[in-house]
Ligand binder design. Structure first.
Ligand SMILES: [Fe+2]
Length: 450
């Protein structure tokens, strides 16, 4: 592991990549893994195969997974996603040619989901990459040739219909495309959506009947792209807007609402409330205004779109820096009560995790209250994924899963926490080798993909 000062900050400490692909079948467990959990906890992240990446978003996708069955951790595996960069690691990542037009040129490093029997590694500029249950790469997928452009890393599975609602954005026209994948995995709708220009649209929102696009001032900069740098900058004159469209609608049905300039990587959830639409989001005041590592601290905000007056109310729910918002999959697009986030450590603690007090936050939308899991000094969690308990009654009857980095031992645990009680003590900890910090993960139940 390299921790030398000459490496960029994102590759130091537990940002350093791991190179060995491991399969461990005798992993040590503390506590008791609930016997009802039958599936895989999978998480993706950027893990540059060369050991170097110019930006934290540009490393090669590596999936870390734990297979749970019958109360056991059957295996831990980590696997690179076998993209074209594996055999040609010096291939240019950002250019004005292949990276924009060849949809197989993905780093596949941002998210991993299960849908309709498929496990898909996702990155927002290209096609998804399909994996098998042992995390071996099957290859890029275009949904039988229907997908011709990028596919977001943040599609949403509607709990009411089972559809996978998605979109793609591009620096080339069409800048924005709406995508709807049926519950059985067919890409059944594709609509070009008119926006004011090419922007980085990392995520979006669904409700029971609508999608809400976030057209925000993270604009494409061709000069940066030509230089091979992260080609996005803050657009001082680009208006920030939310676009509401019926889920089976098209470009002519989009209503746009002006909001204050800001950036949102990740919404927590959205839902309809009569003629209003409520969105809870992790909001940044701006992004990439002062350079490629300009990420001011995000915090939880609420936007309420009044579809009658055309106005959007904005309210800060909490000023605690926090990211990776999630709700239970069962309430995506519906009125949720609980949302979970990871407290964002200071830059000093990120660079030196032994200083970090890892904290998982739980927001109660009904009471306005907030509780937390304190993991202790030198223990840093990633995004928490909610997994329902068998026979659960309340929305929070279930588990939070995440990888926690232990700075003292330079190892990681996959922890299973009680989402209802938010006890600091894990129900179970699966003790693993070091897992570098990453992006997004999901519980892929064996009933979804096996
Ligand atoms: Fe993301």
């Amino acid at each position: 592991m390299s921790t030398t000062e000459d490496l960029p900050v994102h590759l130091r400490g537990n940002g350093a990549p791991v190179y060995e692909e491991q399969t461990l079948t005798n992993v040590r467990v503390t506590g008791h893994i609930p016997a009802e959990l039958n599936g895989r906890y999978l998480r993706n992240g950027a893990n540059p195969i060369t050991g170097m990446s110019d930006h934290p978003f540009l490393g090669d996708g590596m999936i870390h997974g734990v297979r749970l069955r019958d109360g056991n951790a059957e295996w831990y595996r980590n696997r690179y996603v076998q993209t074209p960069f594996m055999s040609d690691p010096d291939r240019v990542i950002i250019d004005m040619g292949a990276s924009l037009t060849d949809m197989t040129q993905s780093k596949a490093n941002t998210n991993v989901i299960g849908h309709a029997g498929m496990i898909l590694a996702l990155e927002e500029g290209h096609f998804p990459y399909a994996l098998n249950g042992n995390l071996d790469t099957l290859g890029p997928t275009s949904f039988d040739g229907v997908l011709t452009g990028p596919f977001t890393a943040h599609p949403k599975t509607c709990p009411a219909t089972g559809e996978l609602i998605a979109f793609g954005y591009s620096m080339l026209e069409p800048y924005l495309t709406y995508l709807r994948v049926s519950a059985d995995g067919k890409l059944v709708q594709k609509e070009n959506i008119t926006v004011g220009g090419p922007t980085m649209m990392h995520d979006f929102n669904i409700t029971r009947n609508h999608v809400i696009f976030m057209d925000l001032p993270a604009v494409f900069d061709i000069d940066l792209a030509i230089r091979g740098e992260m080609p996005i900058t803050w657009g001082h004159n680009y208006p920030a807007r939310l676009g509401v469209m019926p889920r089976n609608g098209n470009d002519s049905n989009v209503t746009w609402y002006d909001i204050n300039p800001c950036y949102v990587f990740h919404p927590m959830n959205a839902f309809e409330d009569g003629t209003k639409i409520v969105l809870d989001v992790a909001r940044l005041d701006h992004i990439w205004r002062d350079g490629p590592m300009d990420f001011p601290p995000p915090s939880l905000y609420r936007w309420t779109i009044d579809t009658v007056t055309g106005r959007v109310a904005e309210e800060q729910i909490d000023d605690t820096p926090a990211e990776f918002p999630r709700v239970a999959d069962s309430v995506i697009g519906q009125r949720h009560r609980y949302g979970y986030m990871a407290a964002v450590p200071s830059n000093d603690a990120f660079a030196n995790p032994s200083l970090c007090d890892g904290t998982i936050l739980k927001y109660d939308r009904l009471t306005g209250g907030r509780t937390s899991i304190e993991l202790g000094k030198g223990r840093m969690p990633g995004e928490s994924v909610f997994v329902p308990a068998a026979g659960g009654v309340n929305e929070d009857d279930g588990y939070l899963m995440t990888y926690v980095y232990n700075a003292a031992s330079d190892t990681s645990d996959m922890v299973i926490l009680d989402a209802a009680t938010m006890s600091n003590e894990p129900i179970a900890s699966v003790h693993l080798p070091r897992i570098p910090f990453g992006f997004h993960g999901n519980w892929v139940d064996a009933s979804v993909a096996d």
